[in-house]
Design a protein around this ligand. Structure first.
Ligand code: ZN
Length: 176
């Protein structure tokens, strides 16, 4: 029988899209993926993760140049995950934990899909964002150069290579 829910008792519980619940205190800083009791792995993102988790630093610099954020601050993981969440409202849950001094981050997102799939989605959205931004520039040379690059661009290949190059490991990859 389900216990009656006492307001405030489970404040650190995060209800996931799959129906499971996880205490965000167990989501260590830097964790990128969670092995869930539903049997799936879910991507975990924290606001302290740099954007270079997904794309190279030079691209991050371009993003900062071309993308205007509503609050005027540099384009960050917070903005990025806001966009991801808009695109996949059913698949991403988030929690603002800034009041909780025991974790090293202020925002955490957990996706229904795994970290690799999230990475692909993020790269696709960033490409769209850049296309949109560049289509508004007067610089037709920059636009043509960008279009040429994008013509050759394969998101899945990019993600594979990036994850290899950055040696992204998660808790499953570590030796026992
Ligand atoms: Zn799950």
């Amino acid at each position: 029988m389900a216990e009656p829910r006492v307001p405030g008792a489970d404040e650190s519980d995060l209800g996931l899209a799959c129906g499971e619940t996880v205490d965000y205190h167990t989501l260590d800083m830097g964790l990128r993926e969670l092995s869930c009791s539903c049997g799936d792995r879910h991507a975990v993102v924290q606001d302290v993760h740099p954007l270079s988790r997904f794309v190279p630093e030079d691209l991050v610099a371009v993003l900062n140049d071309v993308v205007e954020t509503t609050d005027g601050s540099p384009f960050s993981t917070l903005h990025l995950m806001g966009i991801v969440r808009e695109e996949f409202p059913e698949s991403i849950v988030s929690e603002s934990v800034g009041e909780d001094g025991t974790v090293g981050y202020s925002m955490v997102w957990v996706a229904q899909f795994d970290a690799r799939r999230l990475h692909e989605i993020v790269v696709e959205l960033i490409v769209e964002l850049m296309e949109h931004a560049i289509s508004h520039t007067e610089d037709s040379e920059a636009m043509r150069a960008f279009e040429r690059q994008m013509h050759e661009f394969d998101v899945s290949d990019f993600v594979d290579q990036y994850r290899d190059a950055r040696e992204f490991t998660d808790e499953h990859d570590r030796p026992a």
